[in-house]
Design a protein around this ligand. Sequence first.
Ligand code: SAH
Length: 346
Amino acid sequence: MQAKRKDIRALTRDQLRDFFVKNGDKAFRGNQVYEWLWQKAAHSFEGMTNLSKDTREMLEANFVINHIKVDQMQRSSDGTIKNAVRLHDDLVVESVLIPTKTRTTACVSSQVGCSLDCLFCATSRLKRMRNLNPDEIYDQVVAIDNESRLYFDRPLSNIVFMGMGEPLMNYNNVLKAIDKITSPEGLGMSPKRITVSTSGVPKLIRKMADDGVKFKLAVSLHSAIDEIRTSIMPFNATFTLSDLRAALVYWYEKTKSRITYEYVVWEGINDKRKDIDALIDFCRFAPSKVNLIEYNPIDDGVFQQASNKAIDLYVDLLEENGIVVTVRRSRGKDIDAACGQLANKS
Ligand code: SAH
């Protein structure tokens, strides 16, 4: 009976080098394979053309490459592309390519489903099945980079961890994936072009600051009043706003990196003057940017996008208080690819 073959991309470069030495070959063979796996994103051992047939067969006998498969690609009328990504165990996540005139942004998933329970988000209705491995995150980025080159004639320029899942609940694998994405041995992208979006796990925001990460941080705030935030994001009862804020103060002191807040304004929920005042107060400790995101209805009509008047008041008051504010239109709504709509519906 054949022993279970190991996922070769779980090995570090040194472990791969050791593997070859133990099997009577040269350590540099490990470097060659590592380059195939990451820089060239090889899908099979067969395609590793600078290795001998014997070496390829030996790899095949010992390892698997658990590459993702883009099962289905949908294109929106606005150019947005959604990939349904099949994993080696047949679970499916989604990633999105968002084009603008000059940029291509990849929105990638970090978990299958999500363990958080934001009432307005479609992904929260899928139970969290498992964390994605670093290579499964990396592969989503490579797939979108290829699509960007093919359809838009340019490489991928930005990455946001705003797909399915809570990236900080899969901290180690997300950081490992970002290491590969930014390393010259991988895609060599600048960490400044990567944003990790979190619902706000205070302990892990502090850990990111301690770990000296170089990517950007976005926090899905939606309300700066505990009672309201807890009613729409129930985990806020555990990770309260004061803990979140203290962690963000710590983050800013260590990184001096501006924080972005994502924020949807809903009718009757957070569209009053007191909501705006609380938000201004919450952001005051550091340079901040507020992204007012358009609400993407997910079905039952409980949540309704607030009026333009309410949004305008947010914009005016935030600007008056020196807070950068953008109003972000949704992309890819017609194919359920917009924020909070990823739920494997296609
Ligand atoms: N769990 C992470 C990342 C995924 S969500 C986080 O919470 O940040 C990506 C963004 O989409 C978050 O800001 C989230 O609050 C927002 N979002 C979720 N559902 C939405 C919806 N129906 N309409 C608009 N934005 C939504």
